[in-house]
Design a protein around this ligand. Structure first.
Ligand code: BT5
Length: 326
């Protein structure tokens, strides 16, 4: 009912009376009032004037479960949404949700995280109102090694979603940092729950900096946001929905064909590292080389003094030749 009332308010440019809303939905005026209070508590700016009724103003950028679900236009991914104003980490919540009955594509979204995490226990800055913090629960029937390829596909879809919603050219630093203007705009953390030979669940955690107007000193040289790039705020739910739609088609095609090479050209076009000199930290050892290609399995192919090396993402940290991470 709350959603129906919200729809009526969104479609009404003028004040609409409680009586009219009540009649059109066949509910009491008290029920209308109760739901309007609920919407106000959710952050909607609804003006109430005696004898005139209700008017919704400035509902741009409101981010909540209703707004997210309204945008999602997929078949499987994001059909079930858990939303939190604040949570420790959407990936940690996803882990708690996992059981035999969990639907593939279950989506967890938060407006802020107080323990947002990156890889290797690093922290992910997750301020309220600024970013997208989501985890998607997947149940792909693929080998353990291939899980990296699902993450690479997600990177392509994040770039596509950013391009389509904002016009910005986001690129990928192999394997899956999303970069604009030489700074990180998105990070992806994939966690798995696997038995020896079979992946049971994948938690695809994605953080995108959308409306951040600044970063603290520790991050200002390596992080950016969509807002900082074009000085315009965006509705995060639209980016989430565009990502899900793009990723859904890629993911299910991939699961069916089990062949990353179908997406290799897309990935290579977005990848910043090809033809660049890089430093790889591998087993605490530094290897310097030139990236000559990405393999059909998604590995990086390095030309080094010792010869050609193929390296998969699980094994390494990739740096620029000067040691910088981005
Ligand atoms: C990542 O780790 O890039 C993966 C980030 C995944 C975050 C999502 S949010 C939803 C889900 N729930 C979670 O708890 N996590 C996932 P890594 O490559 O380790 O990068 C971490 C490093 O990036 C940090 O050490 C900082 O240097 C930098 N960093 C931290 N917050 C950042 C931000 N908001 N934007 C850009 N860089 C950031």
């Amino acid at each position: 009912m709350t959603e129906k009332i919200l729809d009526i308010l969104k479609n009404s440019k003028e004040f609409i009376s409680g009586e009219k809303i009540a009649k059109s939905l066949n509910i009491s005026r008290a029920a209308v009032w109760k739901n309007i209070s609920k919407l106000k508590n959710m952050g909607y700016n609804i003006i109430s004037v005696t004898n005139k009724g209700y008017l919704l103003v400035d509902d741009d950028y409101i981010f909540n479960k209703i707004e997210i679900e309204k945008e999602i236009n997929t078949f499987v991914l994001g059909k079930k949404v858990y939303y939190f104003d604040e949570i420790d980490s959407t990936n940690e919540y996803a882990k708690k949700l996992i059981n035999d009955n969990i639907d593939e594509g279950t989506l967890i979204v938060a407006d802020s995280q107080n323990k947002g995490k990156g890889r290797l226990d690093r922290k992910w800055l997750s301020n309220k109102g600024d970013g997208i913090f989501l985890s998607l629960i997947l149940k792909p029937n693929i080998e353990l090694f291939s899980i990296m390829q699902v993450t690479l596909l997600a990177g392509i879809s994040v770039c596509n979603a950013i391009k389509s919603c904002t016009g910005l050219d986001a690129k990928i630093k192999w394997p899956n940092d999303i970069i604009i203007d030489n700074k990180k705009v998105c990070g992806i953390l994939t966690e798995i729950n696997a038995q020896i030979d079979k992946i049971s669940y994948v938690i695809l955690g994605i953080g995108i900096n959308v409306n951040n107007s600044k970063f603290d000193v520790a991050l200002e040289n390596k992080a950016t946001s969509i807002f900082l790039q074009i000085n315009k705020k965006f509705e995060r739910q639209k980016i989430i929905a565009t990502f899900l739609q793009d990723f859904e088609s890629k993911y299910f095609k991939y699961i069916k064909e089990k062949d990353f090479s179908l997406f290799l050209n897309d990935y290579k076009e977005l990848c910043l590292n090809i033809d660049k000199d890089v430093k790889i930290i591998y087993n605490k050892k530094e290897i310097i080389g030139k990236v000559i290609d990405i393999s059909s399995l998604g590995e990086i192919i390095l030309e080094t003094k010792e010869g050609i090396l193929k390296i998969s993402s699980g094994e390494v940290s990739l740096r620029n030749i000067d040691g910088s991470y981005i």
